[in-house]
Design a protein around this ligand. Sequence first.
Ligand code: SF4
Length: 171
Amino acid sequence: MLYLSLALLLFALFLFWQSSKQRQEAGLPGGRVIYTDMRAWGAPLEQPLFDAKLGLTGKPDYLVEQKGQIIPIEVKSGRAPEAPYDSHIYQLAAYCLLVEKTYGKRPPYGIVHYPTRDFAVDYTPALESALLDLLAEMRRDETRAEVDCSHAEPARCRRCGFRNVCDQKLA
Ligand code: SF4
């Protein structure tokens, strides 16, 4: 369980590092503001989704069935941005991919829910391709002794769980 938690934490951190670069390269969808009714979401998901071939696991907060489609929903706390953060877009894309692998149905989009705003993020072939590239890059980096930090934002370091052991921290 500790291994799984660490893997998920590393995955989230890596997404955070890489998001700006990848977004520029891939032209990620920005997300559409939508209205969703939380009362229709049902119970939170209890078990993570897993795909052995990709070595990918993740647990969306909710899976909602809409018109025969299964839509993953990720709930975020904190101030709602003008557009979903890139790391959240990738996280949602990973959930869309896991839903497709698990249930054999490709979600047309996923939803990221901030306290005051919801966005639908289209799960396009371009987003899927960018995600797969990112996963491949992560696998390559797993074998490297050191991976350079890819940002210049001290605020990120202040919030980072690896700050105490990181020799590249900016704050
Ligand atoms: S503390 Fe280190 S690992 Fe964390 S965000 Fe800063 S540079 Fe990255």
